[in-house]
Design a protein around this ligand. Structure first.
Ligand code: PMP
Length: 354
């Protein structure tokens, strides 16, 4: 730490993203990326946009907001785009959390939430999940805090029904309720249908998973017009050209080709079912996942040991070295070849430690 750093950040522990190693080609199942590229017209659109990189991107994000509002059946005033959904989440903490509106989220959820709470100075409460890693909806009913819920949750993949989110939103009318739907396309039910009944609902989405654009950094929020205006005021105050023109062009082309996304999602869901079956046959236990990953543990091998042994064999999964989930690994569902490699190497490791 330099002596110039603001005291506010002296004890900040930054978020640790999943490894992106460059030393060798891994079967990469650690950061929930899509194994498929975006549709070819998206890369072409990005290349065309690159020819105009001398100009700023559109600060109003007009074309992409229009496409997204068409696909999701809302008005353009209900949509806003961000530099990844991480940026959307940061602006939600900035906009909707303070001493009067403390944040609340689960102990086991997306690890960025507590970091964003600290970096924005928002007071926050961490609410433990139940022993089976499900969320007790009653813990949030009438809590009077700005609730952040990943649905499906990460890293468990467990999803709540929109009805449960509705109870939380309607019982906390003085607070925004932020539902992070990063993984919703892989089989959970979206809360989009609740927007008319719940004016405090903020739905955060990403292009990084089902739309195969993690490297482009693109996320969006769908919410009531006033909430969107609040977020937009902050966006203009922090980074008015937050989405670059190549990403805007690629995003627009990707949204126009919903069939591409549906076909990728369908394959991932089939591969998830295959992997679940294979891993269960090897003795693994897992949470019921509606996401593009599985959260698995084996009675005969610790989470970290399995992670290290898989890594040595060229398969990268994500291990979280923290209480309650140390025995688990989060395994992204990739291509069938990826999953076959995972099962093959896991089998060999289990043989080895017999
Ligand atoms: N929310 C959740 C629950 C996530 O797991 C992730 C991915 N790390 C994100 C948001 C952020 O996604 P991105 O910034 O790539 O849109």
């Amino acid at each position: 730490m330099s002596r110039y750093l603001s005291e506010r950040f002296a004890s900040l522990e930054p978020y640790t993203p999943g490894e992106q190693p460059r030393d060798m080609a891994y079967v990469k199942l650690n950061t929930n990326e899509s194994p498929f590229p975006p549709p070819p017209e998206a890369t072409r659109a990005a290349a065309r946009a690159a020819e105009r990189l001398n100009l700023y991107s559109d600060p109003r994000l007009t074309c992409l907001r229009k496409e997204l509002s068409r696909v999701y059946g809302v008005q353009e005033e209900n949509v806003l785009c961000f530099n990844g959904s991480d940026e959307a989440l940061l602006l939600c903490f900035m906009a909707f959390c303070d001493g009067q509106h403390p944040a609340a989220f689960a102990d086991i959820t997306y690890g960025l939430y507590p970091v964003l709470a600290k970096v924005t100075g928002a007071p926050f409460e961490v609410i433990p999940l139940k022993d089976d890693l499900t969320l007790n909806v009653n813990d949030y009913v009438g809590i009077g805090k700005t609730v952040f819920i990943a649905n499906p949750n990460a890293p468990t993949g467990i999803a709540l029904a929109p009805e449960e989110i509705r109870r939380i939103a309607q019982s906390n009318p003085q607070n925004a309720v932020v539902v992070d739907e990063a993984y919703v396309d892989f089989g959970a039910e979206s809360c989009l249908g609740l927007l008319d009944q719940c004016e405090n609902l903020v739905i955060v989405r990403t292009f990084s998973k089902s739309r195969s654009m993690a490297g482009a950094r693109l996320g969006f929020v769908i919410a009531g017009e006033e909430l969107i205006r609040d977020l937009d005021a902050l966006r203009y105050s922090v980074n008015p050209y937050n989405v670059n023109s190549m990403t805007l062009a690629a995003g627009e082309a990707t949204v126009k080709n919903e069939a591409w996304m549906h076909s990728c999602v369908q394959t991932i869901c089939l591969n998830r079912a295959w992997t679940e079956k294979e891993l269960k046959a090897l003795g693994f236990e897992m949470t019921p996942s509606k996401a593009n990953f599985l959260f698995v543990r084996h009675p005969r091998i610790g989470g970290k040991e399995l992670y290290l042994k898989l890594k040595a064999r060229g398969v990268l999964v994500r291990h979280f070295d923290r209480d309650r989930i140390r025995d688990f690994n989060r395994v992204t569902v990739g291509s069938l070849d990826d999953m076959k490699a995972l099962v093959r190497e896991t089998k060999a490791i289990l043989e080895e430690i017999k």
